[in-house]
Write a protein that binds this ligand. Structure first.
Ligand SMILES: Nc1ncnc2c1ncn2[C@@H]1O[C@H](COP(=O)(O)OS(=O)(=O)O)[C@@H](OP(=O)(O)O)[C@H]1O
Ligand SMILES: Nc1ncnc2c1ncn2[C@@H]1O[C@H](COP(=O)(O)OP(=O)(O)O)[C@@H](O)[C@H]1O
Length: 176
């Protein structure tokens, strides 16, 4: 039975970057890693969901259940979603033993990265037709985790260093 890792962190923090780096790292070592990326599953399994609190909780619950259903076939299953609420994270920890990794970064840095233009849209005036009104961390809730198993600061560590710290943590816990 593989271990389940749930990430949490704002858009642009580096969830996909770290997950894909772990996938590649695993492939090179015959370790079976699966990535369940929130952004990707919102096009399929979670296509019907929006960004209300209820929908975000439903989203993480579905991703958790899916991770659990495939965990027998993998060494490690990573859930890479924003996962903004303690209720959702605690649920995954209690139901599936999913450990919690918080990818953290200053908002100014995320605003300057903004590869999808989401922060630019959220910063538009309220009256602008393209204004994004519920971007996590900017004008929607992100509850800082009280009990993360690991915190990685992606404005201090480059992607290689983030991967290195993650791998060291997984080895220390004997997850890999
Ligand atoms: N309002 C709002 N708030 C947050 N994110 C938004 C929003 N609208 C669209 N997006 C895009 O959706 C991706 C987040 O989906 P998740 O399933 O990870 O979010 S959540 O866990 O349900 O909060 C997120 O992907 P990432 O950028 O990879 O985090 C965004 O690209
Ligand atoms: N540790 C890091 N240091 C600097 N830039 C990073 C780091 N991790 C990711 N990035 C960059 O930030 C942007 C968003 O990364 P991404 O992995 O797509 O974030 P998320 O999946 O959390 O939305 C990308 O342009 C990526 O290259």
């Amino acid at each position: 039975m593989g271990h389940i890792v749930q990430f949490t962190g704002l858009s642009g923090v580096g969830k996909t970057t770290l997950s894909n780096a772990l996938l590649k790292w695993g492939q090179e070592r015959h370790l079976k890693v699966m990535v369940i990326d929130g952004d990707v599953y919102r096009q399929t399994l979670c296509k019907d969901l929006g960004f209300s609190r209820a929908d975000r909780l439903e989203n993480i619950n579905r991703l958790g259940a899916y991770a659990w259903s495939v965990a027998t076939d993998y060494d490690l299953v990573c859930i890479a979603a924003i996962n903004p609420f303690e209720e959702g994270r605690t649920g995954l920890r209690q139901q599936y033993g999913a450990i919690l990794v918080w990818l953290r970064c200053k908002l100014e840095t995320l605003i300057s990265r903004d590869p999808k233009g989401l922060y630019r849209k959220a910063l538009l005036p309220d009256t602008h037709p393209d204004k994004l009104h519920n971007l996590t961390g900017l004008n929607d809730t992100f509850e800082e985790p009280a009990r993360a198993d690991l915190v990685l600061d992606t404005d201090k560590l480059n992607p290689e260093q983030v991967l290195e710290a993650m791998v060291a943590f997984l080895k220390e816990r004997q997850f890999i």
